[in-house]
Design a protein around this ligand. Sequence first.
Ligand code: NAP
Length: 320
Amino acid sequence: MTKRKILIFGATGYLGRYMVQASLTLGHPTYAYTRPLNQSGGIGRDAKFETLQDFKARGVSIVEGELDDREKLVGILRQVDIVISALPVPQYLDQLKIINVVKEESHIERFIPSEFGNEADRSTALPPFQAILDKKKKIRRAIEAAGIPYTYVSANSLAKYFIHYFLFQGENCDKEVTIYGSGETKAVWNYEEDIAMYTIRAAIDSRTLNKTLICRPLRNIASQLDIITSWEKKAGKTLNKIHILEENVIRLIETLLLEMSIPMAILHSIFIRGDQLCFELKQDDLEASTLYADYRYTSIDELLDITLVNPPEVKIASFV
Ligand code: NAP
């Protein structure tokens, strides 16, 4: 496989670390653009320091800088071939700063913006989540207007993240579980490691140039109840199921402060409305597990087995 120099923004973050790992696993010279250590975001200073030490030990080239530092951005972009952003939601529009530099650097072969969720151009949601989808669309349109070669990755739900959210949160998580709506709506649960591997492969694949990669492997389609029932069998216990009816979820979205209403609107979109499966894949759509059929992805069932032994460590602070 051709080796390309891959630069990752948000590399020290939740998904970014999987991206770095996948890039290294596939043997690409890997670069991380990171803010100075004193700005550690949700991860915390010590964890960020350790992450950067680990990156250095594994040969990642670290470049320290702010997104506003145009000179630094130009300097690093001139050294790389591919740019992947795994910046968090609040920084989506900051990606315009990256786009403004990438568009002047015509050697950049591919830019993958931070998305990794529902297909922004083919789904709509209630206002707090729609505002996020709109930002993704704004970034997409800016990339296209600038003529930057791109791939968009629709990862759907990051599975470890949501397994943690449903089954490992709160004092009573070994006794009860909250179900949004009926719990029967199907969604797509993809292991983070697989999403990162698909992303890195797509980044250097001519078939994904200026296309959207949709991650919808058949063995990863499941409802909340499918996951919970399967978990109960594997763990040998029965959880008390607390349903929040759709009308109450909507009421919460309308009345909670924005910070809290965003997660509710995301849960509503994915697990009540079923927005991840609201459109049929067409013949010219690129589905990740079909395009990379040689790659053995981890099914949601296998991931539940893994999390039974190794409970997921996820910082939920970055829910949006
Ligand atoms: P994150 O961990 O919250 O942050 C990623 C990194 O961004 C941080 O480690 C930090 O790196 C950098 N960063 C944070 N604040 C910043 C700021 N103010 N300015 C510049 N850089 C900043 O992000 P994440 O949760 O992994 O999210 C990454 C992407 O994955 C997002 O698009 C998110 O929507 C998506 N995601 C999807 C799901 C899903 O289920 N579909 C779940 C989780 C995340 P440095 O300090 O090193 O600069």
